[in-house]
Design a protein around this ligand. Structure first.
Ligand code: FDA
Length: 295
């Protein structure tokens, strides 16, 4: 459904689907996302702002994405919000030209550094893993306010983690959201979970501040138990979750004094984001349907 343009046009024009999307997307405009972050901050969560979009196919759109993120950083700074930003390099032109992409994203890191803020580079599908890590490495050698994401479902991830740790880089660990071939990735949930726990332990034992991004109660428990056993303080790492997903777990962690950062997506590209969330968890589809029929 995320790749059907006609369906997408129809759905995005319907007021009702916009209302439903609000559960998982903060809004179409930056001002709405800023308001959502403010509300989260007031409740005790930190945030990371994501201007939805990926795979742009011309340089003008890559420049528009950069300018939107620059404006986002200014808003965060101006409103004194506890939020950084997360971005996808294909939205900054990675699919067009690697050098162009690097130059397009660099001003963001520079601005964030001046505002004492941080930029997280999301990890996309495996055709982009190497180039994403190359750009991250080039940036990390110059700036310490840039971090990366590593996906537990890829066989290569332990080695990638060692490389990033050598640079002192901050990592967000997640399971991975793309459809990957069996030659390079775990296909069984139990294998991805086992690797997630192994990688989480490497991250927590390092001297760098990392993010553990999951809504899986088993992964959360494993993280909490390992941290307790190893005497790793609650301020040494943070949990990260998506806006609107498992709010019960988000609240519970906060109540237990863990740091929780919420990934707040916004923008008019919300349709494909929403469809990916549906694919991950069909129960979300039921949630959407229920709201659609309520009108
Ligand atoms: P898993 O998929 O095993 O689900 C475990 C349980 O969590 C489910 O049974 C359900 O209870 C709950 N759950 C999971 N997803 C849900 C949903 N959508 N709605 C409601 N409940 C849900 N991926 C990537 O490839 N690159 C990236 O850069 C990022 N970035 C990122 C940032 C943050 C903050 C998060 C939380 C996640 C990502 N991801 C990502 C996505 C990640 O790889 C993964 O696809 C999802 O988080 C789902 O995996 P879980 O670890 O949550 O558990």
């Amino acid at each position: 459904m995320s790749e059907q343009p006609r369906l997408q046009r129809l759905a995005t024009s319907m007021e009702v689907s916009k209302r439903v999307a609000h559960r998982f997307v903060a809004g179409e405009k930056l001002s709405e996302a800023v308001e959502a972050v403010r509300v989260l901050n007031n409740r005790g969560f930190s945030a990371t702002l994501d201007y939805l979009g990926e795979m742009i196919n011309n340089r003008e759109d890559a420049a528009i994405a950069r300018d939107e993120y620059l404006a986002g950083l200014d808003q965060i700074h101006e409103h004194r919000l506890n939020s950084n930003v997360s971005l996808k390099l294909t939205q900054f032109g990675l699919g067009l030209d690697e050098e162009f992409c690097l130059k397009n994203v660099e001003p963001l890191i520079v601005k964030a550094a001046g505002q004492n803020n941080f930029v997280r580079i999301d990890m996309e599908g495996s055709p982009y893993t190497d180039s994403t890590l190359r750009i991250f490495t080039a940036l990390r050698k110059q700036y310490n306010n840039v971090g990366i994401v590593i996906q537990a479902y890829l066989f290569r991830s332990e080695k990638d983690i060692q490389d990033v740790l050598q640079l002192g880089g901050r990592i967000r660990l997640c399971k991975g959201a793309y459809k990957e071939p069996p030659e390079i990735s775990f296909k069984q949930k139990k294998d991805t979970d086992r690797n997630f726990i192994k990688l989480m332990q490497i991250l927590l034992k390092s001297d760098v501040y990392h993010g553990i991004a999951t809504h899986d109660p088993a992964m959360i428990s494993a993280t909490r138990e390992f941290a307790q056993k190893e005497n790793i303080g609650k301020d040494h790492f943070e949990f990260q979750m998506l806006y609107g997903v498992r709010r019960d777990l988000q609240d519970d962690l906060l109540k237990n004094d863990y740091r929780v950062r919420i990934y707040v997506p916004y923008g008019d590209e919300w349709y494909s984001y929403l469809m990916r969330r549906m694919a991950e968890r069909p129960a979300n589809l039921i949630f959407v349907m229920r709201n659609l029929f309520r009108g």
